[in-house]
Ligand binder design. Structure first.
Ligand code: FES
Ligand code: FES
Length: 178
């Protein structure tokens, strides 16, 4: 438990916004996100780094925010579920989970989505085995695994279409400026 009398001014970059907070630097990042910044995408599951419900992206990599102190993300970019797209324009991975109806209670979804975003940055066209391997430490108590597998495969497709359309747009703009 962090000692509140040991608070320091800490600057964070969360969801592309600079935030300054007076907090104990050893406090778990999860508590800062949920209690101080009111970002409730990351969930408290086990508090032990085992279930993945609290995952966030730190410099593009999925990490368990219950198990790292807030001071460890100073100078880094933190993205939570709230920072992925918007309700009007969902991130392709979020859209894939919605389209695939990959949820029952939904408690694991934050971790599944953040884990998938981090994973697909490394392997853009994964096999079933690679998906299973990547998400095996994100726990779903409802047994929604078949739909989650479908969602991750769809997410890979949507991300690749997104990339193609960005490239296409860029090449049209380049042609127009010639
Ligand atoms: S709450 Fe962080 S891994 Fe379970
Ligand atoms: S949908 Fe309930 S824990 Fe995964």
């Amino acid at each position: 438990m962090s000692d509140p009398s040991n608070s320091h001014l800490i600057a964070l970059n969360v969801n592309h916004v600079e935030r300054s907070l007076h907090v104990p630097p050893d406090t778990a990042l999860l508590y800062i996100l949920r209690n101080d910044l009111e970002l409730n995408g990351p969930k408290y599951g086990c508090g032990l780094g085992e279930c993945g419900a609290c995952a966030v992206l730190v410099d593009g990599k999925a990490v368990r925010s219950c198990s790292i102190p807030v001071k460890s993300v100073i100078g880094k970019e933190v993205i939570t579920l709230e920072g992925l797209g918007s309700p009007e324009h969902p991130h392709p991975v979020v859209q894939a989970f919605i389209t695939s109806q990959a949820a029952q209670c939904g408690y694991c979804l934050n971790g599944m989505i953040i884990g998938t975003v981090g994973f697909l940055k490394k392997i853009s066209h994964p096999t079933d085995l690679q998906i299973r391997e990547a998400l095996k430490h994100y726990l779903c108590r409802c047994g929604t695994h078949i739909e989650i597998m479908q969602a991750v495969k769809l997410a890979a497709e949507l991300l690749s279409q997104d990339e193609m359309s960005t490239l296409h747009q860029k090449s049209s703009e380049d042609t127009q400026t010639l």
